[in-house]
Design a protein around this ligand. Sequence first.
Ligand SMILES: Nc1ncnc2c1ncn2[C@@H]1O[C@H](COP(=O)(O)OP(=O)(O)OP(=O)(O)O)[C@@H](O)[C@H]1O
Length: 267
Amino acid sequence: MLRRRPRRPTRRRKSKRPAVDISITDLSKHYGKGQGRTRVLRDISLSIRSGEFVSIVGTSGSGKTTLLNIMGGLDRNYEGAVRLDEHRLEELSDKELSRLRNRKFGFVFQQFNLLDHLTAGENISLPSYFGAKPDSTAPGADERARELLQKVGLGDKTAERPPQLSGGQKQRVAIARALFHQPRIIFCDEPTGSLDRKTGLQIMKIFQDLNREEQMTLVVVTHEEHIARMASRIIRLEDGVLVADEANEPVQPDELGVLSIGNEGTL
Ligand SMILES: Nc1ncnc2c1ncn2[C@@H]1O[C@H](COP(=O)(O)OP(=O)(O)OP(=O)(O)O)[C@@H](O)[C@H]1O
């Protein structure tokens, strides 16, 4: 007779990065008051798990930026619930929300938002002077800024100022800045909107590599279909309504005709 071996107690493996789990329940958003009050997001519910690469796509005015800003804790004027881990964002004070945002989120915008009078390295290490994390003191910060520039293929541009950089290079600096505090999730609003097609794909390749190699969670708003198709999940908005939320086989830049991405970074 076969005897069953006694079961070994299963050991829970500790994951290196705690799971980010943004969940949104019945989210609506209005602008204006009285007669002029218009609803720009309607009853949106969704969750984003740790390590996902999500694009949010839709025509102009469909509510993409509004949704991203609410998820990223930049806009707290809405109805519904937004959670990150155990935190309900609407229950946090402004100070708690801004601390959470500084520690856990990175942001990349269409217009780069770099300070022209600072060098690339200084633009990246600047957040350390506001003490978002106790370990990011200024001396180590310069070294970290250099490492991050190396990572995005701009190791030789530490001392250059934004006016001396191309659009794609500026966006790489902005990505390095977003990575400075080791965020668990990066929100990007039209990160390729000011770039030509090839440069835009190079930037998306950096995001794909960050997602694949470091399991970084990424949420990218775009109105460009070919950019959206580089993510592994596509959320589609129409007039503030979530009309599709589907898994996607991510397109690689070389499939879109960009064979050499010219990224000498370590990603
Ligand atoms: N501050 C505001 N006050 C009033 N209405 C606003 C404001 N910001 C956005 N809207 C309106 O909300 C709707 C959604 O705007 P949102 O910027 O989220 O759309 P979007 O999909 O990101 O558009 P785009 O691709 O053009 O950036 C639009 O109709 C816009 O006019």
